[in-house]
Design a protein around this ligand. Structure first.
Ligand code: HEC
Ligand code: HEC
Length: 411
C-alpha cells in the first residue's frame, strides 16, 4: 500500500517537474505578450458569459418556459400587437441586423423621437431598459412599448383581446385565462389607465386585474423570447480564452498588434473606457453624464427615467416582491447625478448600429472616440468624464479593438 503511495507521489513529482517549465513558459509568454495577471483577470470579466441571465430575470416565472419562448417569438413579429396593425417589434428591431433599427423606422414614425432603438443582442443580461432606464425588467419594458403612442400605439385591452383571439388555441396553458377576457362587454374596444382611462374605469376592479395579468403574460413571453437573442462570441472572447490557457500562439493569431494596442488603451485607467464599459456586455449597467444631453431636450435623461420608473405600475415594487428589487428601492434619486445621464450601452457588435449615442448624434465610431477626446462640456454642467488624451494613431488603435468585439469573425 505504502509502495503505491510512494509511486503516486513520485509520479506527481516527476509530472510537476515536466509540467513546470510549460507552466512557467505559459506565464512568461503572457508576460511576453505584455499582460500582467491582473490585466488578464480584468479581461476574463469582460468575456462573454450568459450566467447572469437567469438571476436578472427572476421576476419572470415564464422565462424558461418553451411555450412562452414560442409565443414570444410569434408576438415579436406580429403586427397585430400595434394600434395600426402595421408594425411589429421586428420592424424596428431587425433580427438580421442585431435587432437594431437600421432603417430608422423609429424616426420616420416620429421625427421628434429623442431616442434611437438600441440593438437587442444580450438584452436579457441588463439591469435596466431604455436609455433612461425607466423599466426595471425586460417584461415590463415590452408592456411600455405596446402602450407607447410613438411605438406600437395600442392599449392593453386591445393587445390582450388580439392575443387571446389569435393564440388561445395554440397556447392553452399560457393563455388559460382568456375565456374570462372574452366574456367582457364588447365595447369599449380600447382601454388602459395610460391611454384610455375613461373606458378602463368602466371595468370592475376584478376585470381590470384579469386584463393586467394577461397583459403581463404577453410581456413575460416576449421577454422569454428575447432571452435567446444573444451575441455570438467575438475574436476578443477567444483571445481571452487563449490568454487564460496560456496559449500565446493562439492569442497572437486572434488579435493583431494594432488591436492589442487598442485593448491596452481601453483597459488603461488614464483613458477610462473600462470604468463604465465593463462586464460581459461592456456595460456596468450604470447611468452617466458623458456630455451628450442637448439643452432643451434634457427631459429624456435618467432624471426623468427615475420618475417614470417609480410611477410605473409594473415596476418590481408594485408588481412583484419588494425583496427582489433593492435596485428600485435604493435607486439613485439625486438629480445632480441623474441629470444628463444615460445608460451605458454595450460595445459589442457596434457594426450593426446605424448611429451612436441615445439620440443617434454620431454616424461613426470614430466620431464617438473623438467625442471622448474632446467632450463638448458646458459651464455648470455635471459630467462624469475627463477628456481622454488620445493621439491620432491611438484613436485608430482603439477603433480597431472595438471592431474585434463584432461577432463576425471576418471583420
Ligand atoms: C417604432 C419602433 C419600435 C418598435 C415597433 C419597437 N421598439 Fe423597442 N425600442 C425602440 C426605441 C426607439 C427604443 C429606445 C427607447 C428609449 O430608450 O427611450 C427601444 C427600446 C427597446 C428595448 C430596450 C433595450 C435597451 O437596451 O434598453 C427593448 C428590450 C425593446 N425595445 C424591445 C421591443 C419589443 C419587445 C417590441 C415589441 C413589443 C419593440 N421593442 C417594439 C423602438 C421600437
Ligand atoms: C463615465 C462613463 C463612461 C466612460 C468613462 C466611457 N463611456 Fe462610452 N458611453 C457611456 C454612456 C453613458 C454612453 C451613452 C451616452 C448616450 O447615449 O448619450 C456611452 C456610449 C458609448 C458609445 C456608443 C455606443 C452606442 O451604441 O451608441 C461608444 C462607442 C463608447 N461609449 C465608447 C467608449 C470608449 C471608447 C470610451 C473610452 C475612451 C468610453 N466609451 C468611455 C459611458 C462612458
Amino acid at each position: 500500500m505504502s509502495r503505491i503511495l510512494i509511486s503516486i507521489c513520485a509520479l506527481v513529482f516527476v509530472l510537476s517537474l515536466i509540467g513546470l517549465p510549460f507552466f512557467h513558459e505559459a506565464n512568461a509568454e503572457n508576460v511576453h505578450l505584455g499582460w500582467s495577471e491582473d490585466e488578464i483577470e480584468l479581461m476574463r470579466r469582460l468575456r462573454l458569459s450568459v450566467e447572469a441571465v437567469a438571476d436578472k430575470n427572476r421576476s419572470n416565472e415564464l422565462f424558461f418556459r418553451e411555450d412562452a419562448v414560442e409565443l414570444g417569438s410569434r408576438l415579436f413579429n406580429d403586427t397585430g400587437l400595434s394600434g395600426s396593425g402595421q408594425i411589429a417589434c421586428a420592424s424596428c428591431h431587425r433580427p438580421e441586423s442585431g435587432f437594431q433599427d437600421t432603417e430608422s423606422v423609429t424616426y420616420r414614425l416620429n421625427p421628434q423621437a429623442a431616442h434611437r432603438a438600441p440593438g437587442l443582442l444580450g438584452v436579457a443580461m441588463q439591469d435596466w431598459f431604455f436609455w433612461d432606464g425607466r423599466a426595471d425588467s425586460l417584461w415590463s419594458q415590452a408592456l411600455a412599448v405596446i402602450e407607447n403612442p410613438q411605438e406600437l400605439a395600442s392599449d392593453r385591452l386591445r393587445a390582450v383581446r388580439h392575443v387571446c383571439a389569435r393564440y388561445e388555441n395554440s397556447f392553452p396553458a399560457l393563455l388559460k385565462d382568456c375565456p374570462e377576457i372574452s366574456t367582457l362587454p364588447a365595447a369599449p374596444w380600447g382601454a388602459s389607465p395610460l391611454v384610455d382611462n375613461e373606458n378602463w374605469q368602466k371595468f370592475t376592479a376584478a376585470q381590470r386585474e384579469n386584463i393586467n395579468k394577461m397583459f403581463v403574460t404577453i410581456g413575460k413571453s416576449l421577454a422569454a423570447f428575447e432571452r435567446g437573442v444573444m451575441p455570438p462570441i467575438s475574436r476578443f472572447d477567444l483571445y481571452v480564452d487563449a490568454l487564460v490557457e496560456g496559449n500565446s500562439v493562439a492569442a497572437k493569431n486572434l488579435l493583431n498588434s494594432k488591436e492589442v494596442a487598442g485593448l491596452k488603451l481601453f483597459l488603461d485607467p488614464m483613458v477610462g473606457c473600462v470604468n463604465c464599459h465593463n462586464g460581459p456586455m461592456f456595460s456596468n449597467s450604470g447611468f452617466y453624464a458623458v456630455a451628450t444631453d442637448s439643452p432643451g431636450r434634457r427631459e429624456n435623461d435618467r432624471k426623468q427615467g427615475v420618475t417614470l420608473l417609480l410611477n410605473s405600475e409594473f415596476n418590481c415594487l408594485k408588481w412583484g416582491n419588494a425583496e427582489d428589487c433593492p435596485k428600485v428601492q435604493y435607486v439613485q434619486t439625486d438629480t445632480a447625478e441623474t441629470a444628463g445621464a444615460y445608460k451605458v450601452p454595450s460595445l459589442r457588435n457596434l457594426r450593426h448600429a446605424p448611429a451612436f449615442m441615445h439620440d443617434g448624434r454620431y454616424q461613426t465610431v470614430e466620431a464617438v472616440i473623438e467625442h471622448y477626446r474632446n467632450p463638448a462640456t458646458l459651464p455648470l454642467r455635471h459630467v462624469d468624464i475627463r477628456p481622454a488624451a488620445l493621439l491620432p494613431h491611438q484613436r485608430g488603435q482603439l477603433l480597431s479593438f472595438l471592431k474585434a468585439l463584432n461577432s463576425d469573425p471576418s471583420n
